[in-house]
Structures are given as structure tokens and as C-alpha cells.
Design a protein around this ligand. Structure first.
Ligand code: FES
Length: 148
């Protein structure tokens, strides 16, 4: 997928908890809150089901950015799933940095089920962040650095 300027649009995987962020994403659509169509949502029963290998494999499989969106702190239906997810996201950030991927390309959010506009805003902001990082990586001086 390319933008009007001919640049490749980022591919973003969003692991979303069924009880909150997924519902918020659905609500955002119902409320006609726009967010980028290049976000691919993977619905999970809880972000506690996000494992480090899933995050890493998303990048291996071509994702430009990965977001994990779970219930607000203290509101996980499985008590600590979102805390576990946050730890795994932080660990995965270290791992991707070790192989040369900017850790800013992975982020965890807490979004309640009724927060459709917040989901849409975070999706837009994250997409814009990834787009900027991709542009920076494509600048000639950075390409030379990346090849070293
Ligand atoms: S049930 Fe939503 S993050 Fe656990």
C-alpha cells in the first residue's frame, strides 16, 4: 500500500484485548472516528495472551509497527494480564533493539471499552510515529549507517 506521495504505508499489527481495546476499536468505527486502514487488528481474549515471540514474529513477518492495547490498569478481566503484557512488551523492546529495530516501533496502550475516540487517536498517533521513523530510516545518511 502506497501513499499519494508514492511512499509505502506502514503495516501495523494491533494486538487488542476483546474486552476493551477491540470493543473500543469497534466503537470508533460506529462513531465514525477515523483511524488508518493499515492497522491490522488481532483480537485476543486478554493482552495476557501476548507472548514475546508473537511480538517478535510480527516484525519478522513484515510489520513496521506493533501495538498492544489492553484494559486500563486495574481493570483486566483476568486480573494481571495487562501487567504481564506490559512486562513482555518492555522485554520485546530490548530484544528488537538488539537486532537493530527501533524500540519505538512497539508500544503498549491501555484503552477502555467505551473509549472509541481514544483508540482512534492512539491508532493515528502510532501510525504517524511509525511513518516518521520509516522516513528517517530512508534518509540517505541513515541508510549508510544501517548498512555498517
Ligand atoms: S482482559 Fe483486557 S487486558 Fe486482560
Amino acid at each position: 500500500m502506497e501513499s499519494e506521495a508514492g511512499e509505502r504505508e506502514p503495516v501495523i499489527i494491533a494486538f487488542c484485548c476483546h474486552y476493551c481495546a477491540f470493543t473500543a476499536a469497534d466503537l470508533a468505527g460506529t462513531m465514525r472516528q477515523q483511524y488508518p486502514t493499515n492497522i491490522r487488528i488481532v483480537r485476543l481474549p486478554c493482552t495476557g495472551k501476548v507472548y514475546v515471540n508473537m511480538l517478535l514474529e510480527a516484525f519478522v513477518d513484515g510489520a513496521d509497527g506493533v501495538m498492544v492495547a489492553g484494559c486500563e490498569e486495574g481493570s483486566c478481566h483476568f486480573l494481571e494480564g495487562n501487567y504481564r503484557a506490559k512486562k513482555r512488551v518492555n522485554y520485546a523492546k530490548q530484544k528488537i533493539e538488539e537486532v537493530g529495530i527501533n524500540p519505538e516501533k512497539l508500544e503498549m496502550y491501555h484503552i477502555g471499552a467505551s473509549e472509541g475516540p481514544l483508540f482512534a487517536r492512539k491508532a493515528r498517533e502510532f501510525t504517524e510515529r511509525i511513518r516518521k521513523l520509516m522516513q528517517e530510516e530512508n534518509e540517505p545518511e541513515n541508510q549508510i549507517q544501517n548498512e555498517k
